[in-house]
Design a protein around this ligand. Structure first.
Ligand code: AWU
Length: 461
């Protein structure tokens, strides 16, 4: 484009409008603002409440590029998230028009790894494209391999249903876990060569590998070997592990209001926790998007009744009807049920929370590790099976709750035992996760992550 020379320290940040993707990129934005960079965030009106607090604290250096959420044409692809991502391509021209009329346009665009089409946008504008991965380096590497080799993998495996326990391995990813067909094939749900939605999505995944650099919300003590693998994949070392990207411990609003306003007054929850002993409460949450089936919720609530554990159960508003009626009455003061958005980070950071039943979304994984809580893994989709394997098999900081085939539902007696055992202080997983928590905090305070963030930032000064 015939644009003016772009401004070095002005960055365009383009998050995917989905909580697990939006929250960590906003955390990165907060870190970058501290060092004198000017940032414009592409955002829709629906997500503005999440950005406004940051804009009011950085009025001169943080700006918004307000664009409508483009209409999602479900004929483009049956997979809701892919359809949503494909729809964002309609913003290519509005962003170009904004850029060309801007007095000091950005020299770099940092975009969510699902928005691979922004690679073409950056090339068209003649600016640098940086990929931000809200997933870990292992999760990203598996995601990339699945899309890069989809035809070979499908040819190798044959029909999708004949053997759901067919183990996929990824020989080029060091120490990669063997994962079952049913755990990974949902990544291509409805994938059909030639369909516009998937073809453009797959092109974006491959284009990401030719970007100027990668930023991961992880730390080298957790995933160093996988960061090295990504460096090998893209052929240079502009791959920065800068996580855990979390608000500071003492930033109360940052942890109680993170990602949305809590469905219950945070103080009610925190005062409930204040009365509990250290490491005596189990926190259960399955992220912002996933939902248990009725059978799974039945097994979970049954196990919570059978066990004597004290717990906080968070279920998104859309799933609160899954909770059996009378459950809250039966567990009485032993349990606290949040139907809607919970202040997850504040809960995990509380000294009374000892273990975390999690779907292993990457943000929850990082928050669990950083908070030093033992994890009980219950992956449901996306990169969660990969993250669960990392936590349980590689790092030894968790135990599997869901351990059967695609139709398996945890046994509630076994789960009740797991819940109780997870709180015993001398569990090896707890000892290990406390060590990893110290490593995570060290990485961001004085170690590899803060160093990587500084190196990354040098590119904009
Ligand atoms: P998280 O990554 O834990 O889970 P999802 O919301 O499922 O997001 C990708 O994000 C993951 O790798 C994918 O597997 C996919 C997706 N939260 C909260 O504060 N209150 C709530 O009630 C629920 C959630 C926060 C939580 C975390 C985020 C969820 C990157 O899972 O603290 O930061 O929302 O992200």
């Amino acid at each position: 484009s015939d644009s003016k020379p772009s401004t070095h320290n002005h960055i365009l940040v383009y998050p995917l409008a989905s909580s697990g993707h939006f929250i960590p990129l906003l955390d990165l934005t907060r870190h970058l603002l501290r060092h004198g960079l000017t940032i414009t965030v592409v955002i829709s009106a629906a997500n503005l409440p999440l950005l406004d607090p940051l804009i009011s604290s950085h009025p001169a250096s943080l700006h918004k590029l307000l664009l409508p959420d483009p209409p999602v044409d479900r004929s483009l692809s049956p997979h809701p998230l892919i359809a949503k991502v494909t729809a964002t391509r309609q913003l290519f021209d509005p962003i170009v028009r904004w850029f060309e009329s801007h007095p000091a346009p950005p020299a770099t665009v940092i975009s969510d790894f699902f928005l691979g089409w922004t690679h073409d946008l950056a090339s068209y504008l003649g600016i640098r494209h940086v990929v931000f991965s809200p997933s870990g380096a292992l999760g990203y590497s598996v995601f990339h391999a699945l899309w890069r080799d989809v035809l070979q993998i499908k040819a190798l495996h044959g029909g999708e249903k004949d053997d759901e326990n067919f183990v996929l391995s990824f020989p080029d990813i060091p120490n990669s876990p063997g994962l079952h067909w049913w755990q990974l094939s949902q990544v291509w749900r409805g994938y059909k060569e030639g369909e516009p939605g998937y073809e453009s999505f797959r092109k974006g995944v491959l284009d990401n590998m030719t970007s100027w650099g990668f930023v991961f919300n992880t730390f080298e003590g957790l995933e160093g070997e996988y960061i090295d693998h990504v460096k090998k994949l893209i052929g240079h070392d502009r791959v920065w592990a800068v996580g855990p990207l979390l608000p500071d411990e003492h930033d109360r609003l940052g942890s109680t209001g993170r990602g949305g306003s809590s469905a219950v007054p945070p103080d009610d929850l925190l005062m409930w926790l204040d009365k509990k002993r250290d490491d005596s409460v189990v926190y259960i949450c399955f992220g912002s998007r996933e939902m248990l089936s009725e059978k799974e919720m039945g097994a979970l609530t049954d196990a919570l009744k059978r066990s004597n554990v004290e717990f906080i159960l968070c279920v998104q508003a859309s799933g609160s009807s899954l909770i059996p009626s009378g459950f809250e009455h039966e567990v009485g003061g032993r349990g606290f049920v949040v139907k809607g958005w919970a202040p997850q980070l504040a809960i995990l950071r509380h000294r009374a929370v000892g273990s975390f039943v999690t779907h292993c979304g990457w943000n929850s994984t990082m928050e669990g590790v950083t908070s030093g809580v033992m994890m009980l893994t219950w992956p449901l989709g996306a990169d969660q099976f990969t993250n669960a394997a990392l936590l349980v098999d590689r790092l030894g900081v968790g135990k599997r709750v869901r351990d059967g085939g695609s139709e398996s539902v945890p046994d509630s007696v076994e789960l009740a035992r797991l819940l109780e055992e997870s709180l015993s202080v001398d569990r090896p997983e707890r000892v290990r996760v406390k060590e990893l928590s110290r490593a995570a905090i060290k990485a961001v305070k004085e170690g590899t992550s803060v160093k990587n963030l500084n190196t990354f930032r040098q590119a904009f000064i």
